[in-house]
Design a binder for this molecule. Structure first.
Ligand SMILES: [Zn+2]
Length: 182
């Protein structure tokens, strides 16, 4: 049993902008417990990212981690600001733990700067690219009430997982592992 259930599309939490956390509150037991629950729920659902609104909490926190390759260690990002480092957009497949079983092609910036705070309240400032940049933009969108469907330019690529695997990507697990699901 996950610590807290992941809410699905239709739940108002997914369409409610999240509020920034006052830095002095980051150390509170309630917030630290929320972060622990987010990590646990993400791992149990085999996702690579999770944002607080997906557990029904309207605060600006997201977590991500991927087994890889390439392996991405656990990150906890609070009050994030995301700045694209290139204007270009790249299309790749995404899914969402709050929109189970669907995949679609989503344009994202291939390189972004991430600024925010970690779970100790220490400042974060780093640049990510490729798959990690995609995860970060997907999770950041959740904090603004945006889901990947809103970002799709053409809904014709939308597919159920089994059909997607059968007709769109073949059966390569390497490819499946590269799909951002958060
Ligand atoms: Zn998602």
């Amino acid at each position: 049993m996950p610590a807290r259930p992941i809410v699905r599309l239709g739940h108002p939490a997914l369409r409610t902008p999240a509020q920034p956390l006052p830095p002095a509150q980051i150390g509170d037991g309630e917030i630290q417990a929320l972060i622990d629950d987010m990590v646990e729920s993400m791992r149990e659902a085999h996702g690579v990212g999770l944002a607080a609104p997906q557990l029904g909490a309207a605060v600006q926190v997201f977590v991500y981690q991927a087994a890889g390759p390439p392996e991405i260690p656990l990150h906890v990002v609070i009050n994030p600001m995301i700045t694209p480092q290139v204007r270009e957009l790249v299309y790749d497949w995404e899914g969402c733990l709050s929109i189970p079983d669907l995949r679609g092609l989503v344009p994202r910036h291939p390189k972004v700067r991430v600024q925010g705070l970690d779970r100790e309240g220490q400042p974060l400032d780093y640049v990510v690219s490729g798959f990690e940049a995609r995860i970060v933009q997907h999770e950041f969108d959740h904090l603004n009430g945006v889901v990947f469907l809103d970002r799709m330019r053409d809904l014709k690529s939308l597919a159920y997982f089994d059909e997607w695997e059968e007709y769109l990507v073949g059966r390569s697990h390497a490819q499946l592992d590269e799909t951002a699901v958060g």
